[in-house]
Ligand binder design. Structure first.
Ligand code: NAD
Ligand code: UDP
Length: 339
C-alpha cells in the first residue's frame, strides 16, 4: 500500500515524502509542477536512496487520477495540491477557487471509486480569522478570512466535514499549519518561491545570499513584544513528521479531526532577524515599513491536541530553522534548476 502525496513536489510535500519514506512507507507523488520543479522529486530520491513514482498530472483531472489509482495501490491521500499566494488570490479569485476546490473534490470522488478512505489535508491557521484570541485552539470558531486563498481553506474544511458526515467510512485529518519555515538538514530540498517571496523567511534567506538588498519589516507599532508581528514558526521537518503521525491516527478513526501543527511559541519579526544573524553570522539589512493590509498582530497555536491525539510535538528551535534554511539557500542560491 502507498500514500499519495498530491502536490508532493512542493515545499512541504517533498519534506513530507522524505519523512514518510524514512518511516518505512511507500509514497507516490502527483504534481502538475505549477509551482515546483521535477528536480525536487529527484532530490527526495537522493536523500532517501529510494525511487519515488512521480505522475506529472493535474489532480483535478479525474481521468489522469484514475489512471494513477489503477496503477498504484493507494490507501491514504495527503493533499498539498493548492495555490497559496495570498496576493495573487485577491487578483485571481476564480483561479484559486477553481484549482483549490476542484483538486479536493476530484481527489475525494476518485478515492471513493477506488475504496480509499483516508485523507490528510493541508489547512492553515488563517481559518481562525481575526477575532479569536491567542493561543489558537481547535475548538475556537472559524473566523472571517481576508482573501480568497484563506477562504479556499475554510471552504475545503467545510467540504471535508460534510463528506465525513455523509460517509461513515471516511477518515479526514485537517492539519492547520502555522508558519512552516526552514529546510531539510541536507540542504538538498527547501522552499523555492517563484518571483518575489510573499513570506518573511524566504525573503530573509534571499537577502542573506545577496539576491535582495534588504528586508522591509511590515510595521513596528503592533501591540506585541517589540511592535513587530508575531507568528508561530515551525520547522518544515517537524511539520512533515506531523503528517506521518496523522496516518496511524486516520487508520484507527473515522470522521473529521482538526489538529493544529505549530510549536505553541510566538516569535516576532525582529526576534527572527536577530536569531538568523546570530546563528549564521550574516547581517540582514532591514527597514521599517508600513503595516501590510490584512496582517494580524499575533498568531500562535495551542499545540496540546497534536500531542494528545497524534503523540507529536515540534522539536526544532528557531535557531535550527534559521540554520537549515540558510544552508538550503547557500547551497541553492537560485533555488532548484529547471528541468
Ligand atoms: P507549494 O506551492 O510548494 O506546493 C504545492 C504543490 O501543489 C506545488 O508543487 C504545485 O505545483 C502543486 N499543485 C498546485 N495545484 C495543483 C494541481 N491542480 N494539480 C497538481 N499539483 C498542483 O506549497 P507548500 O508551501 O508546499 O504548501 C502545501 C500546501 O500547504 C498548500 O495547500 C498550502 O496552501 C498549504 N499551506 C502552506 C503553508 C505555507 O506557509 N507554506 C501554510 C499553510 C498551508
Ligand atoms: N513580514 C515582514 N516583511 C516581509 C514579509 C512578512 O515584516 O517581507 C512579516 C509579516 O507582517 C508578519 C510576519 O512577517 O508579521 C510573517 O509573515 P508571513 O507572510 O511570512 O506569514 P503570515 O503573515 O501569512 O502568517
Amino acid at each position: 500500500m502507498a500514500i499519495l502525496l498530491a502536490g508532493g513536489a512542493g515545499y512541504i510535500g517533498t519534506h513530507t515524502a522524505v519523512e514518510f519514506i524514512n518511516a518505512g512507507y511507500e509514497v507516490v507523488i502527483a504534481d502538475n509542477l505549477y509551482n515546483s520543479k521535477a528536480e525536487a522529486v529527484r532530490r527526495v530520491e537522493k536523500i532517501t536512496g529510494k525511487s519515488v513514482p512521480f505522475y506529472q498530472i493535474d489532480v483535478s483531472d479525474a481521468e489522469a487520477l484514475r489512471t494513477l489509482f489503477s496503477e498504484q495501490n493507494i490507501d491514504t491521500v495527503v493533499h498539498f495540491a493548492g495555490m497559496k499566494a495570498v496576493g495573487e488570490s485577491v487578483a485571481k479569485p476564480m483561479m484559486y477557487y477553481r484549482n483549490n476546490l476542484n483538486t479536493t473534490l476530484t481527489l475525494l470522488e476518485v478515492m471513493k471509486d477506488f475504496d480509499c478512505h483516508r485523507f490528510v489535508f493541508s489547512s492553515s491557521a488563517t481559518v481562525y480569522g481575526f477575532s479569536n484570541p491567542v493561543p489558537l485552539f481547535e475548538t475556537m470558531p472559524r473566523g472571517e478570512c481576508t482573501n480568497p486563498y484563506g477562504w479556499t481553506k475554510w471552504m475545503i474544511e467545510q467540504i471535508l466535514m460534510d463528506a465525513c458526515a455523509a460517509d461513515p467510512e471516511l477518515s479526514v485529518v485537517l492539519l492547520r499549519y502555522f508558519n512552516p519555515i526552514g529546510a531539510h538538514e541536507s540542504g538538498l530540498i527547501g522552499e523555492d518561491p517563484q518571483g518575489t517571496p510573499n513570506n518573511i523567511f524566504p525573503y530573509i534567506t534571499q537577502v542573506a545570499v545577496g539576491r535582495r538588498p534588504q528586508l522591509t519589516v511590515f510595521g513596528n507599532d503592533y501591540d506585541t513584544v517589540d511592535g513587530t508581528g508575531v507568528r508561530d514558526y515551525i520547522h518544515v521537518v517537524d511539520l512533515a513528521k506531523g503528517h506521518v503521525a496523522a496516518v496511524p491516527y486516520a487508520e484507527k478513526h473515522t470522521g473529521a479531526e482538526i489538529i493544529n501543527l505549530g510549536t505553541g511559541r510566538g516569535t516576532s519579526v525582529l526576534e527572527m532577524i536577530a536569531a538568523f544573524e546570530r546563528v549564521n553570522g550574516v547581517k540582514i539589512p532591514y527597514v521599517i515599513g508600513a503595516r501590510r493590509a490584512g496582517d494580524l498582530a499575533e498568531s500562535y497555536a495551542n499545540a496540546d491536541k497534536a500531542k494528545e491525539v497524534l503523540g507529536w510535538t515540534a522539536e526544532k528551535t528557531i535557531e535550527d530553522m534559521c540554520r537549515d534554511g540558510y544552508r538550503w539557500q547557500t547551497m541553492n542560491p537560485m533555488g532548484y534548476p529547471e528541468g
